[in-house]
Design a protein around this ligand. Sequence first.
Ligand code: GLA
Length: 376
Amino acid sequence: MKEHISAAFKSQFGAAPDVVVRAPGRVNLIGEHTDYNLGFALPMAIDRAVWIALRQREDRRVWLRSLDFNAPADFALDEFSHAAGWTDYVRGMTWALSESGYSLSGWEGVLASEVPVGSGLSSSAAVELAVAKAFWAVRPWTWDGVAMAKVARRHENEWMGVKSGIMDQMISAIGLAGKAFLIDFRKLSFKPVPLPEGTVVVVMDTKVKRGLVESAYNRRVAECREAAVYFMVESLREVSVEIFEELADGLDDVIMRRARHVVTENGRVLSSAEKMAEGDAPGVGALMLESHASLREDYEVSCRELDLMVALATAEPGCFGARMTGAGFGGCAIALVEEGAAQALCVRVAEGYERETKIKPELYVCRPANGAEVVT
Ligand code: GLA
């Protein structure tokens, strides 16, 4: 990819780029819809990223062409306004960096993305962190992954109006090759955890995108807030399974089920991290299946295609467990699979899925990759 994007830069500008940066998408192994409840999750950055090849400009402008879309981003660093399409992410992230007090210089470049948009692999966090890294590359400051993730979340919350948590931005910033991360969203602390030896993660893209994901997501955030108020705590993170069971009867059914998902999911994340450290792949797989059931029944963010993908993968030899990943309502599921069985699983699950749905899915093995970085 580095060669590809450098060549694209050269044909655009007639010279080699000063620098190439990349920031990855992610999958979340377990811990869904827990981040905005200040709980725990176990995501990993993947070997699919947003890449930018760039060079400094003398004036205070950004000019950026995407190899995937037509209109370039073209704006001055001191005048922030919304624009249609993908360029709004670049403008908004620039606004968030500037508002957060970072000194910025102008640059120009080309961008290419390996992270499919709307598939639940966090293409937007990858763009945000790649843009931050591009600004850092032309005018460096002390790079702190957590601080950058906060700026990117500010962009999501304030510029885009999505009440998302910080998981996607955190892992795109702090990821490390070969490792998943146990993240504690109250402390914003994190700990690397290796995948169980001999296992890989298979991404299973349903190629289904549901509309109104943002409003359904924001509604879940509000429902969790309502539950936290009922339990008289700052966030559902404070509610143990015991407290939940003692007091849940007083809750409306929907709110009760949303809270039950979050409370039990936090426990599953912590158990998964322990089992991963012990190399207990079947143990992790069983928790992934429980997580999926909870997201389907209690949180109601799965869909027929995700359920089918999980069922097909689970029936294959060498599969320890599977679940939807990301916000839900379409997008991707993942499976934890014995390395030697992964290729056959990809072929057979893809066949089964296409037979049932008439949709051609995309399945591939992904590896834990580095977070946002300059590529040398
Ligand atoms: C989206 C959000 C994240 C997180 C997940 C669900 O990816 O951006 O902050 O809430 O959904 O776990």
